[in-house]
Design a protein around this ligand. Structure first.
Ligand code: NAD
Length: 464
């Protein structure tokens, strides 16, 4: 049972980080590099404990955790350390002959100040620490709030952050929804939130009281579209992977699939094959015996089970549930229609609804829902890909693949509309935590030839 940070301790931490930011400590590039290195050592020294915490919270096997929560964070830290000077350097503005060539015009990246970073539970290391990396690199002071739902990982972060990071500028607080009220009442210079769109509205409303800028990294019902020109086996393999990994509890997972009627049955059959392979190479253990990631809590388990139970008779694969262990086997539901329960909300679990629809119909249906965080297009025809891209919008898109656009180096990651706003990763992360400040110094002679611009606007006074 976690002990949440007391209001008194939070107050002290809040005052400390604000005072440190004002002192200028965090702006120093040496401090930023030192803190990035400390974060690297936090990950390196404690890898076994991190893996154990993720196992406890999510029943993740070590390889899946290293691959998702650990390696990305460590490489990201190294990338930021080696690129820090380049990414934070002043940039000249292409301001023309007078202001650019004869004068000096540039943009400076100024750290926004104290940022509150609220993490999510599904990748509780990566989704908490990746924004922290960007915030340190930008020169901000930070209040980190890990998700209380990944209890063991949260407790570990609460122990390690004060041990490794500069406690005068980077603090961790633990809180559940009830404790978040007073934390959100405070004024921050920036809030970075990862999670669902319902809570995002609470965060955005709290931020609005102080006109605090936010980055909201949310989710949504991200579809895959498999056209009849697609490599169906490849599509099935990728979709099965996105649903099996972390038991589909991924903001970028495939929520549902639009399959062209000509290939829909084949897709369902290939999905079954690849889910078989995912489950111990085809030995298909019962849910209780499987080593698949578990659903985070009973509430989400019951929500998924409830949605599935309303589509009786349409399950073609899986549907094996074990509430005691919160294990939910990969499940394919065919012939789903748009008014089915499974289409009523983001699934965030290993259920894969298949809707028979050609890509033109899929475009229309996608337009009827809020913009998702991702769309996946499986097609071998450029004209189809272009038409789908032109007719839809989403945070990002991978073609003939899933999720990879979010891990592409130097590419911005973020949502649009209800899937969020703002971006991070690489330089986009530094920009998310910075104010881009324009600084212009005109050539010294300029005022001598522009006197006519000043009242009384006559040539007589032009050279004064
Ligand atoms: P959530 O929104 O319930 O929780 C996220 C964070 O918000 C936690 O730290 C939690 O403590 C805090 N929180 C919860 N209730 C709060 C309240 N009343 N006031 C203030 N803070 C509160 O997380 P969830 O909905 O279980 O997460 C799943 C959602 O997150 C999905 O929609 C998923 O797509 C999305 N997600 C997005 C990303 C991304 O990078 N875009 C990543 C992971 C998850």
């Amino acid at each position: 049972m976690t002990t949440y940070t007391s209001l008194e301790d939070f107050d002290t931490a809040y005052k400390t980080v604000n005072a440190t930011f004002k002192s200028g400590t965090t702006k120093d590039l040496k401090w930023r590099k030192w803190q990035l290195k400390q974060l690297w050592w936090l990950m390196e020294d404690n890898e076994k404990r991190i893996l154990a915490a993720l196992k406890k919270d999510l029943n993740r096997n070590d390889f899946e955790s290293i691959f998702t929560d650990v390696v990305g964070v460590k490489t990201d830290i190294l990338h930021h350390i080696s690129s820090l000077e380049k990414w934070t350097a002043d940039q000249p503005i292409d301001a023309g002959f007078i202001f650019g060539t004869l004068g000096k015009s540039k943009i400076r990246r100024e750290p926004l100040g104290v940022t509150l970073i609220i993490g999510a539970w599904n990748f509780p290391i990566m989704l908490t620490l990746q924004p922290v990396i960007a915030a340190i690199a930008a020169g901000c002071a930070i209040v980190i709030k890990p998700s209380e739902l990944a209890v063991a990982t949260q407790d570990l972060l609460m122990e390690l952050i004060p041990r490794y990071m500069d406690p005068s500028a980077i603090v961790a607080v633990s809180a559940g929804p009830a404790e978040m009220g007073p934390i959100l009442d405070r004024k921050y210079d920036h809030i970075f939130y990862t999670g669902g769109s319902k809570v995002a509205r609470i965060i955005a409303a709290a931020a609005a009281k102080h006109l605090t800028p936010t980055v909201l990294e949310l989710g949504g019902q991200g579809p895959a579209i498999v056209t009849k020109s697609a490599n169906v086996d490849l599509a099935a393999k990728k979709i099965a992977w996105a649903k099996y990994l972390n038991a589909g509890q991924i903001c970028l997972s495939v929520n549902h699939v639009f399959a062209d009627p000509a290939i829909a049955d084949e897709l369902v059959e290939r999905l079954s094959h690849w889910f078989d392979v995912c489950q111990n190479g085809g030995s298909k253990p019962t849910a209780a015996a499987s080593n698949m990631v578990t659903i985070i809590n009973e509430r989400n388990f019951d929500r998924l089970a409830g949605l599935l139970s309303q589509t009786e008779g349409k399950t073609t694969y899986g549907g094996d549930l074990d509430r005691a262990t919160k294990k939910f086997s990969p499940t394919v539901v065919a012939n789903v229609t748009l008014d089915d329960s499974l289409m009523s909300e983001e699934l965030f679990g290993p259920i894969c609804p298949i809707i028979k629809a050609d890509y033109k119909q899929a475009i229309k249906n996608i337009g009827d829902l809020p913009h998702p965080l991702a769309i996946y297009i499986f097609s071998s025809k450029q004209s189809e890909i272009d038409e789908i891209l032109g007719g839809t919008n989403s945070g990002g898109c991978s073609i003939n693949d899933v999720i990879i656009h979010a891990g592409t180096p130097n590419a911005p990651f973020g949502g649009v509309g209800e899937s969020g706003h703002g971006y991070y990763h690489g330089t986009y992360g530094i920009d998310a935590f910075s104010h881009i400040r324009t600084v212009v110094e005109p050539p010294s002679f300029l005022h001598k030839i522009t006197g006519f611009l000043y009242p009384p606007f006559d040539v007589k006074h032009a050279s004064k």
